[in-house]
Design a protein around this ligand. Structure first.
Ligand code: ADP
Ligand code: MG
Length: 255
């Protein structure tokens, strides 16, 4: 599969880190080799997976220095942790620094690489998009997100001019409350109006999802039967199906 995905949205608190890490864990539990790359100066993916931020960000290490993935506390998930220098890097990094480093560590060693982006469309996110095959875009179902999405999708298009492989893999509805009119309205609007794929799987608002990182655990491990855990397992299955349909499905499509 060898797929590199940026989990991106310029808005904070929409579920980027939760999605990058939990989806990675779900993929690892289904037998895939997975790497999470934390390029957010806040380092929430790094700490949530039981690691400490490095002094220098391995994802943006210069060619002569080390950029080796570490084992995280989550079974089967490797990590390039955030660095304490990330905040000061943006003005100085080459637009292909991350892409070059993923080639250096051998991105093909991993079935999937998930890049957790900061809440901006600055050079860290642009670097992530330049290194990616696809963008996963989480949006929170608690406000009208379409205006922000236009800007984000324009950034993906811009990155695709130098990285033609890049596409919008899918928009992901997060923090969904099935009992709330607003969640249903946002879902209907996004599915009707967006000219890009929207994942069928929807991530519900679930307190277990919010609690899990403070225990350095994935919700799939912390509360495996919770609606949030089930939704991320479903999302991983949907993603795998989308990028590599089973032979059975291919026969049906070919017929
Ligand atoms: P971002 O990386 O986009 O800033 P996070 O993944 O850090 O967003 O999520 C923001 C906050 O919301 C975190 O405290 C997280 O634990 C919580 N959260 C994320 N997804 C859910 C969910 N499905 N249900 C409840 N809380 C969630
Ligand atoms: Mg985050």
């Amino acid at each position: 599969m060898g797929l590199v995905l940026s989990v991106a949205n310029q808005k904070g608190g929409v579920g980027k880190t939760t999605t990058a890490t939990t989806l990675a864990h779900a993929l690892a539990l289904s037998g895939r080799t997975v790497l999470v790359v934390d390029v957010d100066p806040q380092g929430n993916a790094t700490s949530g997976m039981g690691l400490e931020a490095a002094d220098r960000s391995p994802a943006f290490a210069p060619p002569a220095s080390e950029c080796r993935p570490q084992e995280s506390a989550w079974e089967g998930v490797m990590c390039l942790p955030a660095g304490r220098d990330l905040e000061h890097l943006p003005g100085r990094i080459s637009p292909t620094a991350l892409k070059d480093n993923l080639a250096r560590i051998g991105r093909e060693r991993f079935d999937a690489v998930l890049i957790d982006c900061p809440p901006s469309l600055g050079s860290l996110t642009r670097n992530a998009l330049a290194a990616s095959d696809g963008a996963v875009i989480p949006i929170q179902c608690e406000y009208y997100p379409l205006e922000g999405l236009v800007q984000l999708i324009a950034a993906v298009r811009q990155a695709a001019t130098t990285n033609p492989r890049l596409e919008v893999t899918g928009v992901l509805l997060t923090m969904y409350d099935p009992g709330a009119d607003l969640s249903r309205e946002v879902e209907a609007e996004v599915r009707a109006k967006l000219a890009h794929p929207v994942f069928r799987s929807v991530i519900p608002r679930d307190v277990a999802v919010a609690e899990a990182p403070s225990h350095c655990r994935s919700v799939i491990d912390y509360a495996p039967r919770s609606p949030g855990a089930r939704a991320y397992v479903e999302l991983a299955a949907e993603l795998l199906h989308r990028i590599a349909p089973s032979p059975c499905d291919r026969r049906t499509t070919d017929a």
